[in-house]
Write a protein that binds this ligand. Structure first.
Ligand code: AMP
Ligand code: ZN
Length: 114
């Protein structure tokens, strides 16, 4: 738990979010600023700043769990497909320093991204 972390507060129930999934390890919520008709964020309840911090902590099993839940909610919200994104670090476009995977669905995803 990181005291100033908004996703820790959401995972801890201190700040409300539209939850679409929760278990002992992982929470998935709707993004407040959706970039697609379905835009979900899958995050561990435990705080890791980003993907590299998660692997540095030896928590690869948590990364696997994030992908498992992302695939589950992706299939539920994107019958015709979905995209997973993990912005990492400043040049990766990360703005919230609690590791999370974006699940985008409901429209055609262009490639390459901007
Ligand atoms: P990133 O830029 O990859 O770190 O993504 C952070 C995402 O969190 C952005 O898409 C924001 O719209 C989203 N976000 C920030 N605050 C909240 C919140 N309180 N509830 C839901 N999504 C949020
Ligand atoms: Zn956090």
């Amino acid at each position: 738990m990181s005291l100033d972390c908004i996703f820790c507060k959401i995972a801890g129930g201190e700040i409300q979010a539209k939850e679409v999934y929760r278990d002992d390890d992982v929470v998935a919520i709707a993004d407040v600023n959706p970039q697609a008709p379905a835009h979900l964020l899958v995050m561990p309840r435990k705080h890791y700043a980003d993907l590299t911090a998660l692997y540095a902590a030896g928590a690869g099993a948590t990364a696997a769990k994030l992908f498992e839940v992302a695939a589950k909610v992706g299939r539920e919200h994107g019958a015709r497909g979905f995209r997973l994104v993990a912005n990492t670090g400043p040049e990766g476009g990360q703005t919230v320093d609690h590791v999370h995977v974006h699940v985008l669905a409901g429209r055609h995803m262009a490639w390459p991204p901007g």
